[in-house]
Design a protein around this ligand. Structure first.
Ligand code: FAD
Ligand code: SF4
Length: 512
């Protein structure tokens, strides 16, 4: 059995990014990824294939409360979920790292603060081609430098809404986004500003994802070996239980063991917890690094809702994900509790709406709705709760989640609807009384999964230490979304990437 210096498990926002950071270390690195490279094919941009047939989601079935089946909206690919993400790459707010009183309870303090992450946020933004413009969003934390890429411009209908929001006294800003777009030279720009980005893979590799930006550029190095279709099943410790010596892996149907000095787990917040639980042994009877009984607990996924604002105005926008607003992030006058974040999402198309419409809704109506809608995505912070957890029962993944902290988020949705009514000037048409269609995203929407192995200083209440090494196992690090002690209310990937760069830098230092 070959011995590696480092084994990385998973190649998403966390794993792909740390691989990139470690690629020139001279260390012999093995990367285990359960998926394959996501194929380039016409279906990449086909609404029916992506949304209805869920072509890029796993067919795994998990369990949830009452032993009900759960079909998780997640995919296993080189690049992980960044292959299909919307690439909205936000920093957390400065206060998100501190204890915050919400209407529904307390969001806990992080062991590190915004300033500890700032330089890694810069590095992550540069690595992932983020476009943006600072100084507009009043909730934005101080930055040491401007975005290196200009903001992605709004198309005319979005510009119109932007201007009306500003006239009403709001502060919409350019959404920070990781795409390889050159608006000064569109003819040669890798990104073509299409309408199949958010939720779709990019057929022409112009989205800044972990596969294209991090994994592939690392593979030229002869010290790095990537095995795809290699699913880590169990981590094996030495006799004292203090060190991992090998990872048992299902590789193209065979069970193999790979050895290394350092193991970096980055299988996503749910699957990393699953792997630790499945690796229980005599020294770690409740699961690896789980003496605290914290592994798998405090699972968070944000409260997410989509809103279609349908007005008489046509919305011919193609690339819609250009604007966001945080004016109610920390609350509003007479409401001193956080409410959440608002951003545009990818432009909805007729076939995407079909699933949510009553079966008798004619295709023409759906088409009209899609042509006139402006599509919003809203996120509210959910609070860490021990009973919201990942478990492995009879070798099956169980995910239990009870919504919490809903009051502020509900207020945000109502508030946004009333603002959109002002913006649209009440010019309603064919859907009487109900022009703002809302949809809460159900549990299977685990896009923003985090929190299952939180980092902290106290081994009784956290699984990872400040360097994201498990408190109980000496050579095991975790760099995916599981380290979050709280979820904030902006999209998580940039913080996962920044943290992976931070942990990578620490490893480079100790491996010198
Ligand atoms: C439709 C969609 C849109 C999104 N949009 C945004 C957005 O705009 N902005 C944003 O910030 N976030 C967005 N997200 C969320 C974002 O994709 C995730 O937060 C991010 O990818 C999580 O990174 P991760 O490293 O924790 O996990 P992942 O990226 O999921 O990576 C986990 C990796 O581990 C692999 N793996 C799992 N188990 C094993 C195993 N046992 N052995 C080997 N390999 C394994 C997986 O195949 C995968 O490669 C979106 C997600 C989705 C699904
Ligand atoms: S908008 Fe750009 S990055 Fe997104 S899928 Fe289209 S071409 Fe790719």
């Amino acid at each position: 059995m070959e011995n590696y210096d480092i084994i990385i498990i998973g190649t998403g926002a966390g794993g792909g990014t740390i691989l990139h950071k470690l690629k020139n270390s001279g260390k012999k690195i093995l990367v285990l990824e359960r998926g394959t490279f996501l194929p380039r094919e016409k279906e990449n941009w086909n609404v029916d294939a992506v949304f209805k047939q869920e072509r890029y989601h796993t067919t795994e079935v998990w369990k949830t409360e009452g032993d009900k089946d759960l079909h998780p909206g997640t995919g296993y690919w080189v690049g992980g979920n960044t292959k299909v993400y919307g690439a909205a790459l936000f920093r957390l707010r400065e206060k998100d790292f501190h204890q915050i009183q919400h209407a529904g309870g307390i969001s806990p303090e992080w062991i590190l603060k915004y300033q500890d992450f700032e330089k890694y946020y810069v590095e992550a933004e540069n690595l992932y081609n983020v476009h943006g413009k600072s100084g507009i969003d009043p909730t934005e934390a101080p930055r040491s430098s401007e975005y290196i890429n200009p903001p992605v411009s709004h198309e005319p209908r979005i510009q119109e809404i932007h201007d009306k929001l500003v006239a009403l006294g709001h502060h919409p800003f350019f959404l920070p986004i990781g795409v390889k777009l050159d608006e000064k030279d569109l003819l040669n720009s890798p990104c073509i500003r299409c309408d199949t980005c958010d939720g779709f893979p990019c057929m022409i590799h112009a989205k800044a994802d972990a596969d294209i930006n991090c994994v592939r550029p690392s593979l030229d190095d002869t010290n790095i070996t990537l095995l795809t279709e290699a699913k880590a099943n169990r981590l094996i410790t030495n006799e004292s239980g203090e060190k991992i010596i090998a990872v048992e892996t299902e590789y193209k149907g065979e069970i193999l063991q790979f050895k290394a000095d350092i193991f970096i787990l980055s299988a996503g917040a749910i699957n990393s917890a699953v792997l630790l639980l499945k690796s229980a042994n005599e020294q770690h009877p409740n699961g690896l690094a789980n003496g605290s009984d914290q592994v798998g607990r405090n699972f968070m996924k944000h409260q997410n809702a989509a809103m279609l604002g349908i007005s008489t105005h046509l919305n011919p926008t193609k690339f819609q994900k250009t604007m966001a607003m945080n004016d109610f992030y920390w609350g509003e006058k007479d409401y001193p509790f956080p409410m959440g974040h608002i951003q545009l999402m990818g432009k909805s198309q007729k076939d995407m709406l079909a699933g949510d419409a009553p079966f008798f809704t004619p295709g023409l109506v759906l088409e009209e709705m899609a042509e006139h809608s402006v599509d919003w995505w809203m996120t509210g912070e959910d609070l860490p709760a021990p009973e919201n957890r990942v478990q492995v029962i009879d070798n099956e993944i169980h995910l239990d989640y009870t919504e919490n902290n809903a009051e502020g988020f509900k207020r945000l949705i109502d508030r946004w609807e009333s603002i959109l009514k002002e913006v649209d000037g009440q010019e309603h048409f064919f859907v009487p009384h109900s022009l703002y269609l809302r949809k809460s995203i159900p549990l299977q929407g685990i896009a923003h999964q985090c929190g299952t192995l939180r980092f902290g200083s106290d081994p009784k209440t956290s699984v990872l230490d400040v360097n994201c090494k498990t408190h109980e196992v000496d050579n095991l690090y975790v760099v995916d979304g599981s380290f979050f002690p709280s979820s904030g209310a902006v999209n998580p990937s940039l913080t996962i990437m920044a943290n992976a760069l931070r942990v990578g830098e620490y490893l480079l230092e100790i491996l010198k």
